[in-house]
Write a new protein. Structure first.
Length: 169
Protein backbone atom coordinates (compact mmCIF):
# COMPACT_ATOMS: atom_id res chain seq x y z
CA UNK A 1 0.00 0.00 0.00
CA UNK A 2 1.34 3.40 -0.98
CA UNK A 3 1.27 6.57 1.11
CA UNK A 4 -1.07 9.19 -0.34
CA UNK A 5 0.16 12.54 -1.69
CA UNK A 6 -1.24 14.58 1.22
CA UNK A 7 0.42 12.42 3.87
CA UNK A 8 3.69 12.53 1.96
CA UNK A 9 3.63 16.35 1.73
CA UNK A 10 2.61 16.75 5.38
CA UNK A 11 5.45 14.51 6.51
CA UNK A 12 8.26 15.77 4.28
CA UNK A 13 7.62 19.40 5.21
CA UNK A 14 9.77 18.64 8.26
CA UNK A 15 12.78 17.77 6.10
CA UNK A 16 14.88 20.95 6.05
CA UNK A 17 16.62 21.48 2.73
CA UNK A 18 18.71 24.09 1.04
CA UNK A 19 17.20 26.21 -1.72
CA UNK A 20 18.87 26.66 -5.07
CA UNK A 21 18.18 27.73 -8.63
CA UNK A 22 18.89 25.34 -11.49
CA UNK A 23 19.51 27.21 -14.73
CA UNK A 24 20.51 26.44 -18.29
CA UNK A 25 20.55 27.80 -21.80
CA UNK A 26 17.16 27.90 -23.48
CA UNK A 27 16.86 26.23 -26.88
CA UNK A 28 17.39 28.74 -29.68
CA UNK A 29 14.16 30.56 -30.41
CA UNK A 30 12.25 28.88 -27.56
CA UNK A 31 11.54 30.60 -25.32
CA UNK A 32 12.40 34.13 -26.41
CA UNK A 33 14.92 34.47 -23.56
CA UNK A 34 18.45 33.07 -23.58
CA UNK A 35 18.13 31.31 -20.20
CA UNK A 36 15.70 29.06 -18.36
CA UNK A 37 15.70 28.53 -14.60
CA UNK A 38 13.69 27.19 -11.68
CA UNK A 39 13.90 26.87 -7.92
CA UNK A 40 14.76 23.42 -6.56
CA UNK A 41 15.32 21.96 -3.14
CA UNK A 42 16.01 18.41 -4.34
CA UNK A 43 19.78 18.55 -4.72
CA UNK A 44 22.28 16.00 -3.48
CA UNK A 45 25.98 15.31 -3.67
CA UNK A 46 26.36 11.95 -5.38
CA UNK A 47 30.12 11.42 -5.45
CA UNK A 48 33.34 13.35 -4.96
CA UNK A 49 35.35 11.38 -7.51
CA UNK A 50 34.15 11.80 -10.09
CA UNK A 51 32.48 15.00 -8.87
CA UNK A 52 28.76 14.38 -9.43
CA UNK A 53 25.47 15.70 -8.09
CA UNK A 54 21.86 14.84 -8.71
CA UNK A 55 18.86 17.11 -8.99
CA UNK A 56 15.20 16.22 -9.25
CA UNK A 57 13.45 18.25 -11.97
CA UNK A 58 9.70 18.34 -12.61
CA UNK A 59 8.88 16.69 -15.94
CA UNK A 60 6.34 19.37 -16.87
CA UNK A 61 8.81 22.29 -16.52
CA UNK A 62 10.15 24.19 -19.51
CA UNK A 63 13.43 24.53 -17.59
CA UNK A 64 13.64 20.74 -17.40
CA UNK A 65 13.05 20.51 -21.15
CA UNK A 66 15.88 23.02 -21.67
CA UNK A 67 18.27 21.09 -19.37
CA UNK A 68 17.55 17.86 -21.25
CA UNK A 69 18.03 19.58 -24.63
CA UNK A 70 21.21 21.51 -23.77
CA UNK A 71 22.80 18.75 -21.63
CA UNK A 72 24.18 21.41 -19.25
CA UNK A 73 22.98 23.18 -16.11
CA UNK A 74 24.16 25.27 -13.20
CA UNK A 75 23.07 25.17 -9.58
CA UNK A 76 23.17 28.45 -7.65
CA UNK A 77 22.86 27.86 -3.90
CA UNK A 78 20.92 30.77 -2.43
CA UNK A 79 21.59 32.93 0.64
CA UNK A 80 18.97 33.78 3.26
CA UNK A 81 18.67 37.22 1.65
CA UNK A 82 17.59 35.69 -1.68
CA UNK A 83 14.12 34.40 -0.73
CA UNK A 84 12.56 36.75 -3.29
CA UNK A 85 14.71 35.16 -6.01
CA UNK A 86 13.62 31.72 -4.85
CA UNK A 87 9.99 32.81 -5.22
CA UNK A 88 10.69 34.39 -8.61
CA UNK A 89 12.26 31.24 -10.03
CA UNK A 90 9.49 29.11 -8.48
CA UNK A 91 6.91 31.18 -10.37
CA UNK A 92 5.59 32.78 -7.17
CA UNK A 93 6.38 36.42 -7.89
CA UNK A 94 4.79 39.45 -9.49
CA UNK A 95 6.36 38.68 -12.87
CA UNK A 96 3.84 38.04 -15.60
CA UNK A 97 3.98 34.80 -17.55
CA UNK A 98 5.58 36.72 -20.41
CA UNK A 99 8.45 38.20 -18.39
CA UNK A 100 11.92 36.74 -18.09
CA UNK A 101 12.80 35.42 -14.61
CA UNK A 102 16.38 36.59 -15.23
CA UNK A 103 15.40 40.28 -15.81
CA UNK A 104 17.56 42.41 -13.52
CA UNK A 105 19.41 39.40 -12.08
CA UNK A 106 23.19 39.52 -12.47
CA UNK A 107 24.60 36.30 -13.90
CA UNK A 108 28.04 34.97 -14.72
CA UNK A 109 29.09 31.85 -16.59
CA UNK A 110 31.79 29.25 -16.12
CA UNK A 111 32.84 26.20 -18.15
CA UNK A 112 29.50 25.21 -19.74
CA UNK A 113 28.01 28.64 -20.36
CA UNK A 114 24.98 27.94 -18.14
CA UNK A 115 23.95 31.06 -16.19
CA UNK A 116 25.03 31.28 -12.55
CA UNK A 117 23.42 33.79 -10.18
CA UNK A 118 26.28 36.15 -9.36
CA UNK A 119 25.24 36.76 -5.74
CA UNK A 120 24.76 33.05 -4.90
CA UNK A 121 26.36 31.59 -1.80
CA UNK A 122 27.93 28.83 -3.90
CA UNK A 123 27.52 27.33 -7.36
CA UNK A 124 28.09 24.22 -9.42
CA UNK A 125 28.44 24.10 -13.22
CA UNK A 126 27.45 20.72 -14.65
CA UNK A 127 27.16 18.52 -17.71
CA UNK A 128 24.31 15.99 -17.77
CA UNK A 129 25.69 12.45 -17.32
CA UNK A 130 22.44 10.50 -17.06
CA UNK A 131 18.70 10.91 -16.59
CA UNK A 132 16.46 8.52 -14.66
CA UNK A 133 12.68 8.29 -14.46
CA UNK A 134 11.34 9.38 -11.08
CA UNK A 135 7.60 9.29 -11.82
CA UNK A 136 6.63 12.99 -11.91
CA UNK A 137 10.28 14.12 -12.01
CA UNK A 138 13.46 13.35 -13.91
CA UNK A 139 16.44 12.51 -11.70
CA UNK A 140 19.32 14.23 -13.45
CA UNK A 141 22.90 13.27 -12.65
CA UNK A 142 25.39 15.99 -13.43
CA UNK A 143 29.16 15.89 -13.69
CA UNK A 144 30.47 18.98 -11.89
CA UNK A 145 32.97 20.64 -14.22
CA UNK A 146 33.39 23.87 -12.19
CA UNK A 147 32.37 25.04 -8.72
CA UNK A 148 32.98 27.90 -6.33
CA UNK A 149 31.64 29.66 -3.26
CA UNK A 150 31.67 33.02 -1.51
CA UNK A 151 34.30 33.68 1.11
CA UNK A 152 32.01 35.61 3.46
CA UNK A 153 29.86 33.89 6.07
CA UNK A 154 26.46 34.44 4.44
CA UNK A 155 23.61 32.35 5.80
CA UNK A 156 22.06 29.78 3.44
CA UNK A 157 18.39 29.88 2.50
CA UNK A 158 16.54 26.85 3.83
CA UNK A 159 13.06 25.48 3.25
CA UNK A 160 11.36 23.97 6.31
CA UNK A 161 7.72 23.41 7.26
CA UNK A 162 6.51 25.11 4.03
CA UNK A 163 8.41 28.33 4.72
CA UNK A 164 11.86 29.81 4.21
CA UNK A 165 14.27 29.76 7.13
CA UNK A 166 17.97 30.37 7.70
CA UNK A 167 20.74 29.45 10.07
CA UNK A 168 23.65 31.52 11.24
CA UNK A 169 27.00 30.02 10.28
Amino acid sequence: MSVDRSTMRDTLRFWASGVSVVATLAPQGQPAYPYAGMTVSSLMSLSLEPAQILVSLAKQSTTTESVLASKIFSVSILTAEQAALADRFAGRSDLSAHQNRFDGVAVVTAATGAPILQEALAWLDCRVVSVHDGSTHWIVVGEVVAASHREDAASPLLYFNRAYASITP
